[in-house]
Write a protein that binds this ligand. Structure first.
Ligand code: AMP
Length: 282
């Protein structure tokens, strides 16, 4: 039986553990999550293991990145099984604070953003990235890891975190890792648990529509026509599309010259009460 990770509930506790590791000259890696861990998260942990001697996985369903109308209450919370999975991978520490530890009564400090945080998700979830950036900065400051792992599944989030770490001069290297998918193409997500069996079948349309649109673009077709076709395929399958766009992969700005810029296709769409996001390189 692998040893269970130590569970830290307070920033002071986590700092004490990290300080002890630092005195031993060990490298520290962090994997921030909201729990309900799946194979995508596990890949981030494995990648952290290649780059660090000690791993902290954070599990915190961050209230400030949910609007009052969103699924904060319904979001799956499965700490015991999460910790068991992390024990299998030999993770040394779990940081699982309560909301009051991260946001003490009367807190008045948040991170505000521009650049890659403008548009896309922000057009539909204006509160979202400020919540993410605030909590990620607090987690990075709590543990000061040498390296932290994020998934490309949340591509705009990865860009926002990179920009923030650069701007705040945080001493952590940010690593982005490819999206882990089911065999039928659906990107793994804790929110996939919300899908009915029928919706789960339909959900494959999102990656298929993006791959087809990407093929049309790669073949030199009109970007707008390819995206329109992709949106139509999603609508026909029963999705309500928030966006399906092609952007500059580094800045997320609109493409001025699609033929020569690095390109990323990004999508967000609702299937019933579940909002799915995905993205691919083009
Ligand atoms: P979450 O718990 O959903 O907030 O995600 C925690 C981290 O895991 C984020 O960096 C996500 O981008 C990453 N992640 C979530 N799903 C996947 C996936 N299917 N493949 C790779 N990384 C993922």
């Amino acid at each position: 039986m692998p040893a269970s990770p130590t569970i830290h509930r307070t920033v002071d506790d986590l700092r004490a553990a990290v300080s002890a590791w630092r005195r031993e000259g060990l490298r520290v890696g962090m994997v921030p999550t909201m729990g309900a861990l799946h194979s995508g998260h596990m890949e981030l942990v494995r990648a952290a293991r290649e780059r660090a001697d000690r791993i902290i996985v954070t599990i915190f369903v961050n209230p400030t990145q949910f609007a009052p109308t969103e699924d904060f209450g319904a979001y799956p919370r499965t700490e015991a099984s999460d910790v068991a999975k992390l024990a299998e991978l030999g993770v040394e520490a779990v940081f699982a604070p309560n909301a009051n530890e991260m946001y003490p009564a009367g807190y008045a400090t948040t991170v505000s953003l521009a650049g890659p945080a403008i548009g896309l998700e922000t057009d539909f979830r204006p509160h979202f990235f400020s919540g993410v950036a605030t909590v990620v900065s607090k987690l990075l400051i709590a543990g000061f890891p040498d390296v932290a792992m994020f998934g490309e599944k949340d591509y705009q989030q990865l860009m926002v975190v990179r920009q923030m770490v650069r701007d705040l001069r945080l001493p952590t290297e940010i690593i982005g890792l490819p999206t882990i998918r089911e065999a039928d193409g659906l990107a793994l997500s804790s929110r996939n648990a919300y899908l009915s069996p029928e919706e789960r079948q339909t959900a494959t349309t999102i990656s298929r529509a993006m791959r087809q649109a990407a093929e049309l673009v790669r073949a030199g077709g009109s970007v707008e026509a390819a995206l329109a076709e992709g949106r139509a395929a999603l609508t026909e399958a029963g999705f309500r599309v928030d966006y399906l766009v092609l952007r500059n992969a580094e800045t997320l700005a609109e493409l001025a010259n699609p033929a020569i810029e690095p390109r990323r296709m990004l999508a967000a769409a609702w299937l019933g009460k579940t909002r799915l996001i995905d993205n691919i390189a083009v």
